[in-house]
Write a protein of this length. Sequence first.
Length: 153
Amino acid sequence: MSAPASDAVLEPTYRIGEVAERVGTTTRTIRYYEELGLLGVAGGRSKGAHRLYNEADVVRLAELLRLRDLLGLSLDELTALADTGQARAALRDQWAGTTSDDERAAIAGEAIPVLERQLELVRLRQQKLEEFAGEITGKLESLRGQLRALTRK
């Protein structure tokens, strides 16, 4: 972990290798995610400067990798899901910043379509997985039938 340059209380930052090790990926993957706009660090540093990440960056990257692996998402699907995740985070911050029932009702109204979009993406992936499972089940049943026929002779 990199130490802050001043005595002020600053959030700890991490170099790209530290982040890669923490989340179990490669520095190349992290750089690629930056290029795609999935991780916002690339534009926030000067040319030649070390990439520095805060805890929120590490959490976001870990979540992106979890979604990619868990749902088998393409990069386009991952980007769409990440965008809805960012929108939800912004709405959570707005919710925490107010106690007004009217404002919270408006925030809840904005959150519903965001969650619906996330659910749509997950259900689409679920459907594809169910279709694939059906194909495998059919092949397995066929193979078991062939085995039964062969062992009865």
